[in-house]
Design a protein around this ligand. Structure first.
Ligand code: UDP
Length: 239
């Protein structure tokens, strides 16, 4: 594993990343692409756990529940279930690419996936299986970014690789403001003070308190994931 900066990574993939251009649902070509990128990492022996979002299907506090009269907690549970759908889709796609994986859920559904058991997750990782953590933290009022921070800390990951659809963290939305500049590196406190929309403040604070670095990068460019694992300067590092 020489040449790889990180030996155990936690990859955070948002639901939207799986949706491709459609913004909702799962794009088969995109999920297959993501699986192939993950495969390049698995083949190096670097251990990889994944937290998957659900925003492509349902978001507790988002347009999806407007007008339905759904209270926040109920919507959040629906969002957590959405992440399980994505996790199963990703597992199927990984399997299709010859990668062994396990799904663990923070809300028990034993017929569908293993329950989250930290020691069991560690054992899977040691055996070089990809572990997909689904159903977020299992609690409403949290996000899958916070689940990513929490799980990464629990499994002693060396880094969170936060996959986005743009190249890193910018001073402003680069899709709207052409003058927006990309930060190469940021401190946790800068992210919080500048209110940069990278991850929510709970997830950033957890990483700050536990000195866990975050690399924000574009997963949808071929080769970026492995570059991030090698520690090459892509995207933005928050530490
Ligand atoms: N969610 C939650 N608790 C968690 C994680 C997620 O209640 O610990 C709910 C929340 O409603 C959220 C939805 O699940 O909007 C989908 O997760 P998220 O928005 O983080 O997905 P992403 O943006 O990564 O696709």
């Amino acid at each position: 594993m020489a040449g790889y900066k990180y030996k155990r990574i936690l990859l955070k993939v948002s639901g939207e990343a799986l949706a491709g251009k459609n913004k909702c649902g799962i794009d088969p070509a995109v999920i297959n692409f993501v699986s192939k990128e993950i495969k390049t990492v698995v083949e190096t022996g670097v251990e990889i756990a994944i937290v998957i979002g659900g925003g492509n299907i349902f978001r507790g506090l988002g347009p999806s529940h407007k007008g339905l009269g759904i209270e926040r907690s109920q919507g959040d549970y629906m969002g957590m279930l959405a992440t399980v759908i994505n996790a199963l889709a990703l597992q199927a796609s990984l399997e299709d690419n010859g990668i062994i994986s396990r799904v663990q859920t923070a809300i028990a559904m034993q017929q569908v996936a293993e329950p989250y058991i930290r020691r069991r997750a560690l054992r899977h990782l040691e055996k070089k299986r990809v572990v997909i953590f689904a159903a977020g933290t299992g609690n409403p009022y949290f996000t899958t970014d916070t689940a990513a921070s929490l799980r990464a800390i629990e499994i002693h990951a060396d880094v969170i690789l936060k996959a986005t659809r743009i190249e890193g963290v910018f001073s402003d939305d680069p899709l709207i403001n052409k003058d927006a500049v990309k930060f190469k590196s940021l401190s946790y406190i800068e992210v919080l003070n500048k209110n940069l929309k990278v991850m929510d403040s709970t997830s950033i604070s957890l990483c700050m308190d536990n000195e866990l670095p975050i690399v924000v990068f574009n997963l949808l460019i071929s080769g970026n994931l492995i570059k991030a694992v090698k520690g090459e300067p892509i995207g933005t590092i928050i530490k």
